[in-house]
Design a binder for this molecule. Structure first.
Ligand SMILES: [Zn+2]
Length: 696
């Protein structure tokens, strides 16, 4: 049974300091079908917030309180500068006098004050959720104030390491890695204390950490101290606010996929059974890349629930209301009753190696050159552009065998650091014939980046593939086997390149960040690397291995573009499209609800077939429930396209209808054998369509 409740929260803020104006809004939002309001609770307005809570309850709504902590305590901290967070730079260059404006989360006085405050607001009527420590993190991963240095001294009997711009050398020292582990756990511990204080008063309140989306995927968690999956184990949930016209995150293309990728990632980090709350962008300033339009309202309404996120809280109700966003956003509430009957279809899961990025691949610390930017996001992008359903599993989640077995394929993008429990999970999954696609090495280090004694790896243990070194660079390869799906790989006629660019812009097959490896003699080599002259080298690039042929190994990573070394040109990389085809072939079956022939043909690709900037601007989100499938299509760039969406008809059932839920219109379908198929036409004005396939 699916138990999903989509919660639409109206975030109420008044920007003139007159909280009283919010009373009038409460009835308005209650009448529009919102379930909950969120309010900023600060000491100076606490009585008004309490009265607003009472009024919200009388309007039949719940309340979420934003409670802040390290940030926005400017006046208090100006009187108590000793309670401020001290950066490594301030410690070294300013005798520990803080130049910052945030409080130290570990300072006993500062913390005590907050715990008192949390206990007070937890008593307010109607409070269902409390968001703690709004968008805070530990700059550089640590605080160097007297309290924090004292705590380190007490635990380790020596001074806290102070390193301004840590180099990779630092990570070779176990002391440094232990320091990072210590600081992250200590930071998680503070949030745990806040959660306990709230639960002492009311154990039904859900305590949620409100993370900035810059704290992972973008910045490495060692540099922010924010370990989301670790935090989720101790709290009731996570929330974040990916604003795609504001954060200037160039590694998400189109920029709007910043929202969908964070929805998937947050849902994965929170895990089933915990809350994931997304705060979509509902406003734009003149300094942002564009104003928001009606299409943004549709995306912010349907993409989070399509990714499994149940709580949606645009920032903010009043700001959203002054733009065309709100009308389309609220217009999509009617879909929630369907989203509540379905969950994202589990097909492939991409493992996010938080421990690997913190302890093994810490530098560069920011995307695109970070671990996430070079290992995780290119794989995600490749799946996304080709419409292959995927979700995220944090490395900590590798111990949950039930969850692993609920996917057709688990994808491990160089997961080096694994705890013993996580290794055990992988071992049992593979020996139970679970399918695992591994890119690069796997299981070379323990959970905090100490190499295994014997120099071996879990990869070698499971399938005999021994990684002997890293070439680091991009390498060309060729397919050794002509697998049946190769006929579906989109290719550009070579004559076009000869005519148009004199043979210099032909798409290539390359993998990036490659490793060298010895593979067992009986492995099935699917692709091999080419040497500098383009001659087959016999060195394995893609291998089918494992006792049951259930381990698909890649000696590098698919990327969107390649460099043609001979001419210095940037060209399209076919591995970007090949990787998802391989995953689907390896999975043994197609997703039960799928899009066909992706990426769909669009005028731009037809007109400029060699342009390396081309990419799919559509996204597909399949969901499944009892006797239904739902397929959400988002279109971010107003490109016209037409493609098929097909659903397997469940055994013993017949298809009753297909309906597009935003328009409510029935959609003609064709059935053959055991599948039902529709044609999806996307036009210049279609931001999204949501199809319901109903069986009976
Ligand atoms: Zn401190």
């Amino acid at each position: 049974m699916i138990h999903r409740k989509i919660v639409r929260t109206a975030m109420l803020q008044d920007y003139t300091g007159l909280k009283e104006t919010l009373f009038a809004l409460l009835e308005e939002v209650a009448g529009k079908g919102y379930h909950c309001v969120s309010l900023s609770a600060k000491e100076e307005n606490i009585e008004t917030v309490k009265a607003l809570c009472e009024k919200a309850v009388s309007c039949g709504m719940g309340v979420c309180l934003f409670t802040f902590y390290m940030k926005y305590q400017y006046r208090y901290l100006s009187h108590h500068p000793d309670q401020k967070l001290v950066s490594a730079s301030d410690f070294q260059n300013r005798q520990g006098r803080s130049t910052g404006i945030w409080g130290c989360p570990f300072n006993p006085e500062f913390k005590k004050r907050q715990l008192l405050f949390l206990r007070e607001v937890a008593r307010f009527p109607g409070v269902e959720r409390i968001q703690i420590n709004d968008e805070a993190y530990l700059p550089g991963g640590a605080c160097h104030c007297e309290t924090c240095r004292g705590a380190y001294l007490a635990d380790f009997g020596e001074g806290m390491p102070v390193v301004l711009n840590p180099a990779i050398e630092e990570w070779k020292d176990i002391k440094w890695r232990r320091f990072l582990e210590w600081t992250i756990e200590r930071w998680n511990g503070v949030h745990c204390e806040m959660s306990r204080a709230i639960h002492e008063i009311n154990k039904n309140i859900k305590v949620v950490f409100q993370a900035s989306p810059s704290t992972d995927l973008w910045r490495n968690p060692w540099s922010t101290g924010v370990d989301l999956s670790g935090m989720a184990e101790q709290l009731d949930g996570l929330s974040t606010d990916p604003y795609y016209t504001f954060h200037n995150a160039p590694f998400f293309s189109p920029a709007e996929t910043y929202l969908s990728e964070w929805c998937r990632f947050l849902k994965g980090a929170a895990g089933d059974g915990k809350l994931a709350e997304i705060i979509p962008q509902g406003f734009s300033h003149p300094t942002f890349t564009r104003p928001l339009g009606a299409e943004d309202g549709i995306w912010s309404a349907v993409i989070p629930p399509s990714c499994g996120v149940d709580i949606i809280t645009p920032f903010t109700y009043s700001l959203q209301k002054i733009s065309p966003v709100q009308k389309t956003y609220e217009g999509a509430f009617k879909l929630d009753l369907y989203f509540e009957k379905a969950v994202p279809l589990k097909y492939s899961a991409l493992v996010h190696g938080a421990r690997t990025e913190i302890y093994k691949r810490p530098l560069p610390a920011s995307t695109p050159l970070s671990y996430d930017g070079t290992r995780v996001l290119p794989v995600a992008q490749s799946l996304r552009h080709t419409g292959i359903p995927y979700g995220y599993i944090p490395d900590k989640g590798l111990k949950d065998l039930n969850n692993l077995f609920s996917y057709r394929v688990i994808i491990l993008p160089e997961i080096n650091c694994l705890s013993q429990e996580e290794e055990k999970g992988i071992r049992e999954f593979v020996s139970g014939k679970g399918r695992m696609a591994v890119l690069g090495c796997m299981g070379t280090d323990d959970g905090t980046g100490t190499k295994k004694n014997n120099g071996g790896s879990l990869l070698q243990e499971l399938c005999g593939i021994k990684v002997t070194g890293e070439t680091g660079r991009q390498q060309r390869f060729r397919m050794v086997e002509n697998l049946p799906f190769m006929k579906n790989l989109y290719t550009v006629d070579e004559k076009i390149d000869e005519r148009y660019s004199n043979g210099t812009c032909k798409p290539l097959f390359t993998l990036d960040h490659c490793v060298d490896a010895e593979v067992p003699g009986d492995s099935r080599i699917i692709a091999e690397f080419l040497d500098e002259n383009g001659t087959p080298s016999g060195r394995p690039a893609i291998v089918l291995a494992g006792k049951d042929g259930n381990l698909l190994w890649f000696a590098g990573f698919p990327t969107h573009v390649s460099k043609n070394e001979a001419y210095g040109t940037t060209v399209r990389n076919q591995s970007h499209l090949l990787f998802p085809l391989l995953v689907e072939w390896f999975a043994g079956e197609k997703p039960a609800l799928r899009v066909e022939g992706w990426p769909p043909e669009v005028p731009m690709r037809k007109l400029r077939p060699l342009d390396y900037r081309y990419m799919s601007t559509f996204e597909f989100f399949p969901l499944e429930g009892k006797d239904i499938y739902m397929g959400t299509i988002a279109s971010y760039f107003k490109e016209p396209a037409s493609f098929a969406m097909a659903a397997d008809i469940p055994p013993g059932k017949r298809i009753k209808e297909v309906r597009e839920l935003l328009t409510g219109k029935r959609v003609p379908f064709e059935t053959s054998e055991n599948k039902a198929e529709i044609t999806v036409d996307m036009g210049y004005e279609d931001a999204a369509k949501v199809f319901l396939f109903r069986f009976g």
